[in-house]
Ligand binder design. Structure first.
Ligand SMILES: *Cc1c(COP(=O)(O)O)cnc(C)c1O
Length: 426
């Protein structure tokens, strides 16, 4: 057995324990860096799976967590509330696209999406309208629970669970030049009258390979769904909190979804927390003298007070620090570096949206299990860079404190990696 991890009982996520190397213990984090117990400093060029926004252990968030600990731990969130959740909810409503009125708390991106689906089904159920179909976009990712896998792209990562996944209607990803096919497919499904909701990741499909589409299409999605009274669910679990260049990606389209899912960067990445925001109609459809019509959902750690305090501190950082200028600076640095790769035959589809930069290595084998993935990871690991390609798709999604020097190291390594892999247009 080549398991390099025999001494630990831990089963790690998205890990092939028979092949993957010994895990390095991280003993400290700061800014854009992880420090391991061998004393190496590793550039976190993917924000630790997209959660860290301002940088690791931002002092404002760390202090807020420390103060919150003096007062509260978890409290039950039915019958009772607490000030951090109240403040957070009010400020989220102020910041979110206009028209969203209520905030439901949970603890991960997957649960935020599950809640969104239940809100959509609950609205039509309580109105006595028989609608339960969900429309999704090809290549989407919405989480790893049975429900969120059902509405996400099918592939090797969920083949074993396929028998339990429910049916959804899927529209094609809007490939440049063929966007109308996507819009027509959405319109055709909505026209049937049995579609409860269309769920989509605004502007960037993350885990599906950093696939990007322009803001005007999101505006079209809104127009079409509104015309057929189909709910639009925006899954901004990844795109939220500045990643795409604005606080929320929906802003770039001037769109208010009926339901908005947020998690990952909501606490700046410090603690797990999620929210699902909705329009008044959905909340009101659950108001009744009948207890059988309440919203039947709860997570044990709903609105954890420490996590809520961290999220309020995150909003303070957005209010008090030049976060958008930092993001614009990263955008400009990405643009400069990417322009060098634009006509490079070793790469295809060189693209960026805000702080997210992505390029496809021109190799024969594509897809999540493409063997170039692990080779690239090892290559970057040797250079103390945390970069985890999605198959042949290399991307950078750094925290906003990343420096020009850090990005230079990352891009120079990507340049070398392409030669190492022997990428070339076929
Ligand atoms: C990460 C992600 C999720 C799932 O979030 P978890 O916190 O990992 O459950 C859902 N949707 C999108 C778009 C994501 O990127």
């Amino acid at each position: 057995m080549t398991s390099g991890h025999a001494s630990s009982p831990i089963w790690h996520p998205f890990t092939q324990h028979q092949l993957d190397p010994v895990f390095k213990k991280i003993v400290r984090t700061e800014g854009a860096y992880l420090f391991d117990h061998d004393g190496r400093s590793i550039l976190d060029a993917i924000s630790s799976w997209w959660v860290i926004t301002h940088g690791h252990r931002h002092p404002v968030i760390m202090q807020a967590i420390g103060s919150a600990l003096e007062q509260l731990d978890q409290i039950i969130f039915a019958e009772y509330s607490h000030e951090a959740a109240e403040r957070l909810a009010r400020r989220l409503i102020e910041l979110a696209p206009p028209g969203l009125s209520h905030v439901f708390f949970s603890d991960s991106g997957s649960t935020a999406v599950e809640v969104a689906l239940k809100m959509a089904l609950g609205l039509f159920h309580n109105r006595g309208v028989p609608r339960s179909r969900i429309v999704v976009m090809e290549h989407s990712y919405h989480g790893d629970t049975i429900g969120t896998m059902s509405i996400g792209a099918r592939g090797v990562f969920n083949a074993a669970y396929e028998p339990l996944l429910f049916d959804v209607a899927s529209i094609p990803f809007p490939v440049p030049g063929r966007e109308q096919e996507t819009l027509d497919a959405l319109e055709a499904y909505c026209r049937t009258g049995d579609v409860a909701a269309f769920i989509v990741e605004p502007l960037v499909l993350g885990a599906g390979g950093m696939k990007m589409y322009p803001p005007h299409l999101l505006t079209e999605f809104r127009r079409i769904t509104a015309r057929h009274e189909t709910l639009l669910i925006a899954d901004e679990v990844m795109t939220g909190w500045g990643r795409t260049g604005t606080l929320f990606a929906c802003e770039q389209s001037g769109v208010t979804p009926d339901i908005l899912c947020l998690s990952k960067g909501i606490t700046g990445g410090a603690l797990p927390l999620a929210v699902t925001l909705c329009i008044p109609e959905i909340f009101e459809a659950h108001l009744s003298e009948d207890r059988g019509r309440m919203f039947f959902h709860s997570s044990s750690y709903t609105a954890n007070p420490i996590a809520c305090a961290a999220a309020v501190a995150n909003l303070d950082i957005w209010r008090d620090e030049p976060v958008l200028p930092r993001i614009e600076n990263i955008e400009a640095m990405h643009r400069d570096w990417l322009s060098q790769f634009q006509s490079d035959p070793r790469f295809a589809a060189v693209r960026q949206q805000g702080t997210i930069a992505a390029l496809d290595l021109a190799v024969e084998t594509k897809g999540y299990l493409s063997e170039v993935g692990p080779k690239l990871r090892a290559f970057f690991r040797e250079r103390d860079l945390l970069i985890r390609p999605l198959g042949n798709v290399i991307y950078l999604m750094p925290p906003y404190c990343v420096t020009a020097h850090d990005l230079q190291r990352a891009y120079e390594a990507i340049d070398e990696a392409a030669d190492f892999i022997g990428a070339a247009a076929s």
